[in-house]
Design a protein around this ligand. Structure first.
Ligand code: GLC
Length: 446
């Protein structure tokens, strides 16, 4: 009896990870590997924090706004002021863009717009009057961010926002991005590195492969290609207009646009609750997005794909993004059923520990490959949230149950084998901990 009492519960283990990863104003994703503040990580972390400490949940999100650019962009990283901060600041040099903030160093790219969701989830824990104040606080930054997304990243008013670097998708090396990267011309020096087999040297300076087995991450040549994209963007001072003039590669990313559509809905609700009118242009863009996602549907493969911004060709490579229009919440029930069928298909996503980040039959599938096979708790959370809204309670419950089971057995790792739940990546990973707390709390309330 005594022993049982002493053993911490899975919720306590997850809470301890959040406590340990807290740094004054925000939660880092994981000690060592991820020392900075990341945009969508903090949104997921706040969704966990709201169950134990509302002040921290709010602080986590307010802390993101310290990095907001004067044009409205929310950068995907806010660099730590010590440790690896200075090396990463030098790599990015976001100060080359006049819109970057003066008193904090950030990256020059963004990440999925999860902020509206996090603000609303935190709001759900507040009294009505506190919620109104909270929304009023966060609303201007959110409006500026959404306006920037359309103005800067949807220059032809198509309703689909484009990304300029795979890291902006949050799903770093998922197959559609690898396909795009390989289709794009590579700089001569990367070919030289490959020829001279110098890529091994690069392993010495990579942070990720110091913390996790190199076999699970991008190979060094692909990692250098990612770096080369960053370099090109830096040369253009992180200015989308100049980037576009040289027709660098840009992708209308399915996951990002699905998340944006949901964020738009939540922002509209928020505006309504505090009696504000969203700007007319923004409203028009928002409703265009809801129909534009249908341009990403492929009738032959009966699924959605990301699209090349320049050629308008669909990138017909399935990934976890395939299921995220469920989270967008605006696709028809028929389309939702098509996606749920994929969840039930043993060749695709039906595994013991769902949801695989790449369908099993894909040529890219790799059981523990970064965003190329394992189950991630954040994409599980998004899919569960969407399934519940479309009325697929049973499917949602299974994903929740198996997510909790993996973490109960192994602890809050970064990702897990979708076949047997084997853990991999960073240990004590914050968003896994935060969202398992949320799964536990929301299952208990049901
Ligand atoms: C990796 C992930 C990204 C995440 C970041 C910090 O880059 O792909 O989604 O935000 O790590 O956890």
């Amino acid at each position: 009896m005594e022993d049982e009492k002493a053993k911490p519960t899975v919720q306590e283990i997850c809470q301890k990870v959040l406590d340990d990863n807290w740094r004054v104003t925000h939660t880092i994703p994981a000690e060592g590997l991820y020392p900075h503040q990341w945009l969508w990580d903090s949104c997921f972390n706040a969704i966990g924090w709201r169950h134990s400490d509302l002040d921290k949940a709010k602080q986590e999100l307010r802390s993101l706004l310290r990095g907001q650019w004067s044009n409205g962009m929310l950068p995907h990283m806010l660099f730590a002021s010590s440790g690896n901060g200075s090396r990463d600041r030098q790599i990015w040099q976001a100060w080359r863009n006049p819109h970057s903030p003066d008193d904090i160093d950030t990256s020059g790219t963004t990440q999925p717009p999860m902020l509206a969701e996090a603000v609303v989830q935190v709001g759900a824990k507040l009294s009505e009057s506190e919620r109104r104040t909270w929304y009023q606080d966060m609303y201007p930054a959110l409006v500026a961010h959404h306006e920037w997304l359309y103005k800067d990243r949807d220059p032809h008013d198509e309703g689909l926002v484009s990304l300029i670097h795979p890291w902006e998708s949050g799903l770093d090396n998922s197959p559609p991005w690898i396909v795009q990267l390989h289709a794009h011309g590579r700089p001569w020096w990367i070919s030289a590195v490959e020829k001279l087999k110098l890529d091994k040297v690069f392993l010495l300076v990579r942070r990720d492969t110091h913390h996790v087995p190199p076999g699970q991450r991008l190979n060094s040549i692909d990692a250098l290609l990612y770096y080369a994209v960053l370099q090109r963007l830096r040369r253009k001072n992180w200015d989308t207009q100049s980037i576009l003039e040289r027709s660098h590669f840009m992708v209308e990313d399915l996951a990002f646009n699905s998340i944006l559509i949901r964020a738009n809905t939540l922002l509209r609700d928020m505006a309504h609750d505090i009696g504000k009118q969203l700007p007319k242009n923004l409203l028009a863009n928002m409703s265009l997005s809801e129909s534009a996602i249908e341009k990403l549907w492929d009738g032959y493969y009966t699924q959605y794909f990301s699209r090349n911004f320049i050629t308008h060709k669909l990138i017909k490579e399935p990934s976890i993004a395939t299921l995220l229009p469920l989270y967008a919440g605006t696709i028809s029930q028929d389309r939702a059923i098509e996606l749920v069928d994929m969840l039930h298909d043993k060749k695709l996503f039906d595994t013991a520990y769902p949801v695989a980040s790449v369908p099993l039959e894909s040529n890219y599938y790799k059981e523990l490959g970064y965003w190329q096979g394992p189950s991630w708790i954040n994409t599980n959370w998004l899919i569960v949230n969407g399934l519940e809204r479309y009325g697929f309670a049973q499917e949602a419950a299974i994903i929740k149950k198996q997510s909790i089971a993996m973490v109960k057995q192994h602890g809050p790792y970064e990702y897990f084998s979708a076949k047997n739940g084997e853990p991999a990546g960073a240990k004590n990973f914050s968003w896994t901990a935060a969202l398992i707390i949320d799964f536990l709390e929301t299952s208990a309330n049901n």
